[in-house]
Design a protein around this ligand. Structure first.
Ligand SMILES: C[S@@+](CC[C@H](N)C(=O)[O-])C[C@H]1O[C@@H](n2cnc3c(N)ncnc32)[C@H](O)[C@@H]1O
Length: 212
């Protein structure tokens, strides 16, 4: 089970998200992330399908599953680790693309290019379980508010209840309406989900959408 010194949502969460809304995150886009984004632009030039993003996709197992489930979309799996992406088991779907990129600057590239999503999946992002690590969690990160510009539906999954509660609280602040719930599955979408399922962990998800 997850070791944490934080048993309830972080008391500073709302203030931090609001600060990030007032002061947008600024960091130069790493060259490899820009190159990955250029690959997407090139693909969009000849593939007009709406976009689904699978951020922090690990080996891309979920990316291939989403591509199968949504044949009319182009599904983009993003992960910073070439090692993880290198373990991808290729499927025969032609409607997905795995890109080695940092998710947060990639989201900015999408927003700056005016590209939007029909759905965004964030499955088992690193929990950063110490209270002092709040700003490293996806919803405590300076880039979190830019997700509102990308739009679409959102599904976040985690094995840490507090993380899901925090995500739901932060989501509401950026106009992402939805709810969290406990769920179970016999058909895991990712390797982490499979591992947590085997170990009998409770699983939590937030599902919602931006209504712009
Ligand atoms: C806990 S793993 C989950 C992977 C996969 N979603 C799963 O459920 O099996 C978190 C993943 O996030 C990736 N990651 C962490 N920070 C990232 C970032 N800023 N941008 C892109 N990927 C990142 C890691 O390389 C790792 O593959």
């Amino acid at each position: 089970m997850l070791k944490t010194d934080q048993l309830t949502p972080h008391p500073d969460l709302a203030a931090i998200v609001q600060q990030h809304q007032r002061h947008p995150w600024k960091k130069p886009c790493p060259a490899h992330t820009r190159a990955a984004f250029d690959r997407l632009l090139e693909r969009c030039g000849c593939d007009a399908r709406p976009l689904i993003l699978d951020s922090f996709c690990g080996t891309g197992m979920s990316t291939a599953i989403l591509a199968e489930r949504f044949p009319n979309a182009l599904v983009i799996g993003l992960d910073q680790s070439s090692h993880r992406l290198g373990k991808h088991r290729a499927s025969d779907r032609d409607n997905y693309l795995l890109l080695q990129a940092e998710a947060e600057p990639f989201w900015y590239c999408l927003a700056e290019a005016g590209l939007t999503l029909i759905a965004h999946w964030i499955l088992y992002p690193n929990p950063w379980p110490k209270a002092s690590q709040l700003k490293r969690r996806v919803h405590g990160h300076g880039a979190f508010p830019v997700l509102a510009q990308l739009g679409g539906e959102m599904e976040l999954r985690t094995n840490w209840r507090v993380f899901a509660e925090e995500f739901a609280e932060a989501a509401a602040l950026i106009g992402l309406s939805g709810a969290m719930e406990r769920f179970s599955t016999d058909d895991p979408m990712t390797l982490f989900e499979r591992k947590y399922h085997k170990r009998g962990h409770d699983l939590w998800r937030f599902r919602g959408a931006f209504f712009n």
